[in-house]
Design a protein. Structure first.
Length: 194
């Protein structure tokens, strides 16, 4: 009888300690979770820095909330993402991150953002006012994955944007810590590699 009671007490204690350990693991944020949170915050700060930089240069910058639907062969609104833990609905998850536009003056026909040139078919003709509309993707490392490259080629082929720039972190203080890369110069459609 006594052995049976002791065994039952041990089992209850084991269950209690196991539940306590599981509860502690659930409440503690994991290392990956902490790293992910820090990366998201750093990415948002960098996006804000880029937006401010372009606005200082005279560009109108807006969040792009669309993406490419290859089945319909057109631009469609991006799906919103819902986070059940924070109860937040994320808007603006389109690709690229920003759409930027600026009126092209006769004086600025050669280049607009730090050495990136405007394609000739978009340069001002006669007395018509022409605006350059570009897509801007923010990547701290400057690399696009295969899906993003495919979308960029589609946008350029269908003349949604005159060009697409990739903003990455720069090393010099002269460039305000930002480096702009022209997508066409970095990636070749035929080789589809860097």
């Amino acid at each position: 009888m006594l052995l049976k009671e002791l065994k039952q007490i041990k089992e209850e204690r084991f269950k209690h300690e196991t539940c306590k350990m599981v509860d502690e693991e659930i409440t503690k944020p994991s290392e990956k979770s902490k790293r992910g949170k820090k990366s998201r915050v750093a990415g948002q700060k960098f996006e804000t820095k880029i937006r401010e930089d372009l606005e200082k240069k005279g560009w109108v910058v807006s969040k792009w909330i669309n993406t490419v639907d290859y089945d319909k062969n057109k631009v469609v609104p991006a799906k919103r993402k819902y986070n059940p833990f924070s109860k937040i609905l994320t808007i603006g998850t389109g690709f690229p991150d920003f759409v930027c536009f600026k009126r092209i003056d006769k004086k600025e026909e050669e280049e607009t953002i730090e050495g990136t040139s405007i394609p000739e078919e978009y340069v001002k003709k006669e007395n018509k006012e022409i605006f350059e509309v570009i897509g801007l993707e923010v990547k701290t490392n400057g690399y696009l994955d295969q899906i993003e490259k495919g979308m960029c080629f589609w946008y350029l082929k269908n003349k949604i944007f005159s060009r697409i720039l990739i903003a990455k972190k720069g090393k010099d203080k002269e460039d305000n810590g930002i480096q702009y890369i022209d997508f066409n110069k970095k990636y070749d459609e035929n080789s589809n590699t860097q």
